[in-house]
Ligand binder design. Structure first.
Ligand SMILES: Nc1ncnc2c1ncn2[C@@H]1O[C@H](COP(=O)(O)OP(=O)(O)OP(=O)(O)O)[C@@H](O)[C@H]1O
Ligand SMILES: [Mg+2]
Length: 176
């Protein structure tokens, strides 16, 4: 069992692997019976909780404010909370850091060329062809984390390697 709730906040460009890694960690923590785990994923939150929001800076920030509100309640009440949002703006990640319990920022990094090649959702192709605007990394800013607790380079490491790094960190920090 984990001693208390904590928050793993995955940030990074689209397709970098935030959802993939958060899902694998959820599985790993459940297998180890570490307690209640709840994932908050950008795609699902946008569909249900933030349906009214778009991708302007104001809307992206409001999206993160709402996600933070939920993550704060969960993590303060003993739930292991895994949050995967592009969350491109530093100030809003700092806002989340202050509020969420035991906040760990994980920068899920990947070279742009690899992301364009992966193009899981077909969005890079569209963004590069100017078919979608406000696309992070192509036509919208991404402010790199300055002091993330962890950096995972998914262009260089396997999913299992990234997961192991996170689990090791959680043991070191005595969060699990
Ligand atoms: N080491 C790795 N870690 C994570 N994902 C990887 C890795 N290597 C390859 N991939 C692949 O990269 C893709 C990552 O997509 P994923 O949906 O997890 O990204 P995301 O960061 O959640 O993007 P979005 O912001 O659009 O939701 C998956 O298809 C995954 O299989
Ligand atoms: Mg995702």
């Amino acid at each position: 069992m984990s001693k208390e709730g904590f928050t793993l906040w995955f940030t990074g460009w689209s397709g970098a692997g935030k959802t993939t890694i958060a899902m694998a960690i959820e599985e790993e923590l459940k297998k180890r019976k570490m307690g209640y785990v709840q994932r908050l994923d950008g795609d699902l939150v946008r569909e249900y909780l933030c349906h009214d929001l778009g991708f302007s800076k104001e809307d992206r920030n409001e999206n993160i404010r709402r996600a933070t509100f939920v993550a704060e309640m969960l993590s303060k009440n003993g739930v292991i909370t895994l949050v995967s949002f592009i969350s491109p703006y530093r100030s809003l990640r700092e806002y989340a850091r202050i509020r969420c319990h035991n906040f760990t920022e994980i920068y899920v990094k990947c070279d742009r060329d690899i992301l364009i090649e992966r193009d899981v959702k077909g969005l890079y192709k569209k963004a590069l062809a100017n078919e979608i605007s406000e696309f992070t990394g192509i036509s919208d800013p991404y402010e790199e984390p300055l002091n993330p607790e962890l950096v995972l380079d998914t262009g260089k490491e396997e999913v299992s390697e990234s997961v192991n790094k996170v689990i090791k960190y959680l043991y070191e920090e005595q969060l699990i």
